[in-house]
Design a protein around this ligand. Structure first.
Ligand SMILES: Nc1ncnc2c1ncn2[C@@H]1O[C@H](COP(=O)(O)OP(=O)(O)OP(=O)(O)O)[C@@H](O)[C@H]1O
Ligand SMILES: [Mg+2]
Length: 293
């Protein structure tokens, strides 16, 4: 098996932190000696216990915070934290914060989503086209004229994401985007993110949901007290030692896969069944399927 945190050679990083450290004023060091890559075209899930530094890391990647030590690079070039450098970064990387109320401020949905493109100085037709595209992508076109303070929580989350999508970033960084959404809302958001991925957007998502991470992500990064461990999601999320350090449980599919294997039953893929339907299909198979293991 490939060492999970070995560098993925053919992959190209869009943004990367090198030997980065960060401490809040009067606070302890949150991250130190951190090497972290956001690889072009890969979907990355960022996991770790409360207070492990996920939000801090995302703010470092999107330029809201500046590393106290080390550097952030964009396409291999160090980011400069002047106006020009930050504009270059923010047109590439867009962060959607966890609480939509920290992000939304305009009177209506349309005004909020158009704020970023207008701020880029784009011509009106271009702004309108981007806003229409972002509203459609997030399935909130009928809400365009609604006052933001009258939206439900899930609608506010979608509006906040639409604001970032309207910037057409190469990298979309989402801080716990599914938290607080109902199951149908979560599924619809995952479909939306799949559409953005298919269109070429690199997506980074912080989540506490290991099952969602396994199902959705190409790669997983676990923030543990001994540092960040990154690799293919199916490998990283099968590492009990790392999951323990990060205060997380084994994903359901991997746990069921282990159980099936222990009983000499087929497991399908190495990560095991991902849904109850996949499990039902496996156990309905004739016993000769055990050869698949
Ligand atoms: N503005 C701040 N000032 C001082 N300390 C802060 C600030 N923001 C975060 N911290 C501290 O930094 C550490 C990392 O916080 P961070 O918000 O990055 O964690 P997290 O992994 O996103 O947690 P959660 O899962 O609860 O969202 C925590 O110990 C937190 O208390
Ligand atoms: Mg957080």
């Amino acid at each position: 098996m490939r060492e999970p945190d070995a560098p993925a050679r053919p992959h190209v990083s869009v943004v990367a932190l090198r030997a980065a450290a960060y401490a809040y004023e009067d606070g302890p060091t949150v991250l130190s000696g951190l090497d972290f890559d956001v690889v072009d075209g890969r979907a990355l899930a960022l996991l770790g216990r409360n207070g492990s530094g996920k939000t801090t890391l995302m703010r470092l990647l999107s330029g809201g915070l500046r590393p106290a030590e080390g550097s952030l690079t964009l396409d291999g070039t160090p980011v400069t934290y002047d106006r020009k450098g930050l504009t270059r970064l923010r047109t590439t990387v867009q962060l959607v914060v966890q609480d939509p109320d920290d992000q939304l401020f305009a009177a209506s949905v349309e005004q909020d989503v158009s704020f970023g493109p207008l701020n880029l100085g784009l011509p009106d037709p271009e702004v309108r086209a981007r806003v229409a595209e972002a509203l459609a992508a997030l399935d909130i076109t009928p809400l365009a004229d609604r006052p933001t303070h009258l939206l439900s929580y899930g609608q506010r989350k979608r509006t906040a994401i639409a604001g970032a999508v309207a910037m057409r970033p190469r990298v979309l960084v989402l801080d716990e985007p599914t938290a607080g959404l109902d199951p149908d809302g979560q599924e619809r958001l995952l479909d939306t993110l799949q559409g953005l991925r298919d269109a070429g957007t690199t997506v980074v998502m912080a989540t506490h949901d290991v099952d969602l991470a396994l199902r959705w992500a190409d790669d997983a990064a676990l923030l543990t007290p001994s540092g960040v461990r990154t690799g293919p999601a199916a490998e990283i999320l099968a590492r009990r030692d790392l999951l323990d350090q990060a205060g997380l449980h084994l994903p359901w599919g991997i746990a069921v896969g282990e159980l099936l294997r222990a009983h000499g039953l087929p497991t399908g893929t190495t990560e095991g069944p991902r849904t109850a339907e996949e499990l039902a299909a496996l156990v309905a198979r004739p016993a000769s399927g055990a050869d698949d293991v």
